[in-house]
Design a protein around this ligand. Structure first.
Ligand SMILES: Nc1ncnc2c1ncn2[C@@H]1O[C@H](COP(=O)(O)OP(=O)(O)O)[C@@H](O)[C@H]1O
Ligand SMILES: [Mg+2]
Length: 273
C-alpha cells in the first residue's frame, strides 16, 4: 500500500494580510512554495525555524485555513474545508478539561451522531491502543502531560482518519517523556497503519520518528532539503545511540542552523558558542 499517494501538496503558498489599526494593510509572505507527496502509511516530519509557517501549512491541509496559492489533495479530492480523512493533534494542550478521558475520545464520533453504545465500543479500543486503559473516567487535570497528549491522540484516532496531522504535539513535555511517548507513537502508528505528517522543532525527534524529514527555510519558506531516514524499524529509545542517528541529526542541523540564524536575526559573526 505504501506506494499509493494519499496526500498531495502542490505549490501551496500563504501570504497573510496584516491590517494595522489605521486601516493600512501589509503583506506577510509566510510560505512561498511547498510541493510534496505523502504515500499511504508514511511518517513524514516537517522541521523548520520558528515562524516559517509549519502550523500554517498544517492548518491549510486540515482545511481550517485557506491558502493564498496552490492546491491540496487527499487522494484525488481537492481540500476546500475540513475533511473526514484528516485528524489533527494540536501544538497546545487541547483536551476538554470538563470531560472524562472517555468523553474526550468520544467527541468526534458524538459530533457525527454515532450512537453512544457504538462509539464507546470504538473508543474503548482506541483508549487501549494508546495505553490509557483504567483512566476512562478520569478528568485530564488528574493526568500527567504525557497522558493528556495520549488523550489528544486518541481523540484524533477515534474517527479513524487516514491521515493524522500532528503539530508539535510533545512540545510541552520534558525530553525523557518525549522520547518514550515518541516510542509509543511509533507503536500506535505501526498498529493502526495511519499516515502521519508531524511537525517538530526537535531534530532528534524528527530523525527518531520519521521515514523522511522536510526542512523548511526561514520565511518566506520553501522546502530547503528532503532527508530520507534510512534507520531500520522498529525503532525505540535506544535508536538515538546509533551512529547513523548522529550522522543524520548532524546533517539536518547543518541545513537548519543557517535558517534558524536568519529567523533569529543572528549573523555569522555574532555566534560565539
Ligand atoms: N492568523 C495570522 N495572521 C497573521 N499572521 C499570522 C497568522 N498566523 C501566523 N502568522 C504569521 O505567519 C508566520 C508563520 O506562522 P506559523 O505558521 O505559526 O509558524 P510556525 O508554526 O512555523 O512557527 C509567522 O510570522 C506568524 O507571525
Ligand atoms: Mg507552530
Amino acid at each position: 500500500m505504501k506506494d499509493k499517494t494519499c496526500l498531495s501538496l502542490w505549490q501551496v503558498a500563504m501570504t497573510y494580510n496584516l491590517r494595522a489599526p489605521d486601516g493600512t494593510v501589509t503583506d506577510l509572505e509566510a510560505i512561498r512554495e511547498v510541493t510534496h507527496e505523502l504515500r499511504m502509511g508514511e511518517f513524514v516530519t516537517i522541521i523548520g525555524p520558528s515562524g516559517c509557517g509549519k502550523s500554517t501549512l498544517l492548518e491549510v491541509i486540515a482545511g481550517l485555513r485557506k491558502a493564498s496559492g496552490g492546491e491540496v489533495y487527499i487522494w484525488d479530492q481537492r481540500i476546500t474545508g475540513p475533511h473526514p480523512s484528516i485528524g489533527m493533534v494540536f501544538q497546545e494542550e487541547s483536551t476538554f478539561p470538563w470531560r472524562t478521558v472517555m468523553e474526550n475520545v468520544e467527541f468526534g464520533l458524538e459530533v457525527r451522531g454515532v450512537p453512544k453504545k457504538e462509539r464507546q465500543k470504538t473508543c474503548q479500543r482506541i483508549i487501549e491502543i494508546v495505553g490509557l486503559h483504567g483512566f476512562e473516567n478520569s478528568h485530564p487535570n488528574a493526568l500527567s502531560g504525557g497522558m493528556k497528549q495520549r488523550v489528544a491522540i486518541a481523540r484524533a484516532l477515534a474517527t479513524d482518519p487516514e491521515i493524522m496531522l500532528m503539530d508539535e504535539p510533545f512540545g510541552a513535555l520534558d525530553q525523557q517523556t518525549r522520547l518514550f511517548i515518541g516510542q509509543e507513537l511509533l507503536r500506535i502508528w505501526e498498529e493502526t497503519g495511519k499516515t502521519i505528517l508531524f511537525v517538530t522543532h526537535d531534530i532528534n525527534e524528527a530523525v527518531y520518528l520519521s521515514d523522511r524529514v522536510l526542512v523548511m527555510s526561514h520565511r518566506p519558506s520553501v522546502v530547503k532539503a528532503v532527508v530520507e531516514v534510512d534507520i531500520p524499524r522498529p525503532r525505540d529509545t535506544s535508536t538515538i545511540t546509533l551512529e547513523r542517528f548522529h550522522e543524520l541529526t548532524s546533517a539536518l542541523w547543518e541545513t537548519l542552523r543557517v535558517e534558524s540564524e536568519k529567523a533569529l536575526g543572528i549573523t555569522k559573526t555574532e555566534v560565539h558558542i
